[in-house]
Design a protein around this ligand. Structure first.
Ligand code: NI
Length: 263
């Protein structure tokens, strides 16, 4: 019933006990996981792994280079990501985006990588998984310009924690809003107020595991099973059952990442 639309399954913290992680996920009703790449190496692992329908949870890989990883990537990294994307295994590109919190990659280089992802996504008709940290203004300018000059791209603003006006812009641009464990944090009342009124067909759930574990697991290693805690918080906000919230957000995610499965 749940679709965890953002999990770093190849992070050593999760990869070490992957069978348990997947079983835990399945036991709370997580049926699908978007396994999000951070660099060319994780893109390659994710896109060349064998997935079978016999796995307890369906795993959908992405290919991409996180803005904070771009600077330390080897030469040829982007070509590799592009090849993997063209190979047809990746269901989305990313995570990509802009980050002014960390300074691992010069901002101009982040922008260049982000535009590469958007351009390729547009060409291959793939959605993008977008990361935005302390770079809202730059993000809006870049997205609006790209949309005007090149046309829209489908995607999700992942682990959204911005302001109402930013959410509105994302929705206007046709993006979905990804809600992570941040929704459950004690200090996140403004985000809960905002989430309450988001259009229900434009929201997806995610963990960003192994990071951002929701309450009551905050501070621990996050894992896909914990998407249920964020789902419960959203269900309360929306005044509906957890089942209905899971159904709606999974349908939204499938429409973006695996539309063929919807018939
Ligand atoms: Ni992430």
């Amino acid at each position: 019933m749940f679709f965890d639309t953002h999990c770093h399954l190849e992070d050593p913290q999760l990869a070490a006990d992957r069978p348990t992680v997947l079983q835990q996920a399945q036991s709370v009703g997580v049926e699908r996981i978007l396994a999000v790449a951070l660099d060319s190496a994780s893109s390659q692992i994710l896109c060349t792994q064998k997935y079978s329908n016999g796995d307890p949870v369906r795993i959908y890989p992405t290919a991409g280079i996180h803005p904070n990883h771009a600077a330390k990537e080897p030469e040829g990294a982007w070509a590799l990501v592009e090849n993997l994307a063209r190979g047809g295994k990746a269901v989305a590109l990313g995570e990509t985006g802009l980050d002014r919190h960390w300074h691992d990659t010069p901002f101009a280089q982040q922008q260049a990588f982000f535009i590469r992802h958007l351009t390729l996504a547009r060409e291959l008709d793939l959605p993008v998984v977008i990361h935005c940290r302390e770079a809202t203004e730059d993000m809006i300018v870049l997205l609006r310009r790209f949309w005007e000059e090149t046309g829209p791209v489908r995607g999700v603003m992942h682990s959204f924690s911005g302001e109402e006006s930013f959410a509105q812009t994302c929705l206007e641009l046709g993006l979905l809003i990804g809600l992570s464990g941040v929704l459950t944090f004690k200090n996140a009342q403004p985000l809960r107020d905002l989430a309450k009124h988001l259009p229900r067909d434009r929201v997806v759930l995610e963990t960003d595991a192994p990071y951002l574990a929701p309450v009551p697991k905050r501070g621990k290693r996050n894992e896909p099973a914990f998407v249920s805690f964020t789902g419960m918080t959203l269900a309360e906000l929306w005044g509906q059952s957890i089942e209905e919230t899971a159904r709606q957000t999974t349908q939204n995610a499938c429409k973006l990442f695996c539309p063929k499965e919807m018939g």
